[in-house]
Design a protein around this ligand. Structure first.
Ligand code: DHB
Length: 375
C-alpha cells in the first residue's frame, strides 16, 4: 500500500518481500476492512474487485451466553465495514504494482539496514542467491514484528510497551456457509468464539484456547463440538459445517514500540505495534500508518518540507494507541479469564450488559470498530 501511495505521489520505491508471491496471495490473515481502508482502496483506483467480491457489513452480533445482541454499526456511525481478506487486498496491490512495472522483489531476504543516523541508509539483502545492496533516501520497515526493520532501530532508542494474554486463538477456514450474515462474537462460559467469513461458501471461525495449545489436541470433530457449544443461540441456531481447509493457532499479545522513527528509518504496521486479533485492527492500523507516512514522504520529496515526517511517529502513535486500547478492551470484554475473581467476572458481565443495552455503550464499540479517523 505504501508503495502504491508513493507511486501516485511520484516517489520511487523498491519493495523487498521475503516470501513468494503465491504465499503472500494465499495466506489467510485478517478479513475486515474499516470504512476508511475500503475508501482508500477505492480512492487509489483498486476498489473494483473489493466492491464486486467483498461483503459490506452494517452490523456485528455480540452473543452473550446464548443471547444475541446486534450492534448497528451503520445506524450508530453512518459507516460500514467491508469483509475482504488481507490476501485479496495484497493480490490487488501486487497486480497494480506489476502492471506499472515498478520493482517488487519476491523471495528477497533482508540482511541488514545501516546508515540510518548518517543520512545514508542502505539495505543489504539476498535475492537470486546474490547479496545486493540498495542505497536509499529513506527505509520504511513494513516487515512485521520479526523483520529487520525494528531490529535496526539504534540501541536505546526503542521503548517497548507490552501485554500478553493467557490464551490464544485456534482459527479454521472451512468450506461451509457463514454461520450468520454478520460476524458473531460469542462470550461463553467455555470461552470466546468468533464466526466470520471469507465468502458465501467459506467460513472463518475462531475459538479461544490455552496459550500454548497443541493443535494435535483439536481434531476436526472437537473443533465443531466446541464451536456449536459456544456459538449456540437460545433462539435456535444451526452452525453450518464443512471440510476444514486450514487450521492454526495464534498467540495473543499487545506491543507498541516508541518511537516509530529514528533518522532515516521509519516503521509501520506490525514492525511498530501488535494488537490481539479481537476487533480486527491489525491490517487497518498498518493501512492507517502508511497513509500518514505517504503524505509525509510526499511533502518531504516534493517540497523538502520535513514537518509531517518529523511528526510521523507522534501522529501514527496517537492513533495506534487508540487501536491498542480498543483491541485490548474487546479482548478483555469477550474472553474467559481463568484468573478472574468472582467480582471481576461480574464486572465483565455488567460491561457486556452495558454495551448491549445502552446506545452510548454500543456507540463506543461501533465508532472504534468502523475505525477512527486517520491522521
Ligand atoms: C476476523 C478476525 C478478527 O479478529 C475479527 O475481530 C473479526 C474477523 C476474520 O478473520 O474474519
Amino acid at each position: 500500500m505504501l508503495g502504491h501511495l508513493l507511486h501516485l505521489a511520484g516517489v520511487d520505491s523498491v519493495i523487498l518481500e521475503t516470501h513468494t508471491r503465491a504465499h503472500v496471495e494465499s495466506r489467510i490473515r485478517a478479513g475486515v476492512m474499516e470504512h476508511q481502508a475500503a475508501e482508500l482502496l477505492r480512492a487509489i483506483g483498486l476498489g473494483a474487485r473489493m466492491d464486486r467480491e467483498g461483503l459490506p457489513h452494517h452490523g456485528v452480533v455480540l452473543r452473550v451466553n446464548g443471547a444475541s445482541h446486534r450492534i448497528d454499526l451503520t445506524g450508530l456511525t453512518g459507516k460500514s465495514i467491508m469483509v475482504y481478506g488481507q490476501h485479496e487486498v495484497l493480490r490487488d496491490l501486487i497486480a497494480a504494482r506489476l502492471a506499472v512495472g515498478l520493482p517488487l522483489l519476491f523471495e528477497a531476504e533482508g540482511l541488514a539496514i545501516d546508515g540510518i543516523l548518517a543520512d545514508a541508509p542502505r539495505i543489504s539483502f539476498r535475492h537470486d542467491n546474490r547479496v545486493q545492496t540498495l542505497d536509499c533516501d529513506i527505509v520504511a520497515g513494513c516487515d512485521g514484528f520479526h523483520g529487520i526493520g525494528r531490529a535496526a532501530m539504534p540501541a536505546g532508542v526503542l521503548n517497548a510497551f507490552e501485554c500478553s494474554y493467557p490464551f490464544g486463538w485456534l482459527g479454521i477456514l472451512a468450506e461451509a456457509a457463514p454461520a450468520n450474515d454478520e460476524l458473531v462474537y460469542a462470550s461463553h462460559g467455555a470461552g470466546f468464539a468468533l464466526a466470520s467469513m471469507r465468502g458465501p461458501t467459506l467460513s472463518r471461525l475462531y475459538l479461544q484456547v490455552p496459550p500454548d495449545e497443541d493443535l494435535a489436541q483439536w481434531p476436526d470433530a472437537r473443533i465443531w463440538d466446541e464451536l456449536r457449544l459456544r456459538l449456540a443461540d437460545a433462539a435456535g441456531f444451526a452452525l453450518p459445517e464443512g471440510p476444514i481447509r486450514q487450521k492454526g493457532i495464534t498467540a495473543m499479545r499487545s506491543y507498541v514500540g516508541e518511537p516509530m522513527r529514528a533518522g532515516r528509518l521509519v516503521l509501520a504496521g506490525d514492525a511498530a505495534h501488535i494488537v490481539p486479533p479481537t476487533g480486527a485492527k491489525g491490517m487497518n492500523l498498518a493501512v492507517a500508518d502508511v497513509t500518514v507516512l505517504a503524505r509525509a514522504l510526499d511533502a518531504w520529496f516534493a517540497r523538502g518540507d520535513a514537518r509531517l515526517l518529523d511528526a510521523y511517529s507522534d501522529t501514527a502513535l496517537r492513533r495506534a494507541w487508540k487501536a491498542e486500547r480498543f483491541s485490548w478492551w474487546m479482548t478483555s470484554l469477550l474472553h474467559r479469564f481463568a484468573q478472574h475473581t468472582p467480582f471481576e467476572r461480574r464486572i465483565q458481565q455488567a460491561e457486556l450488559d452495558y454495551v448491549t443495552s445502552s446506545p452510548v455503550g454500543a456507540m463506543a464499540l461501533a465508532e472504534n470498530y468502523v475505525g477512527l479517523p486517520v491522521g
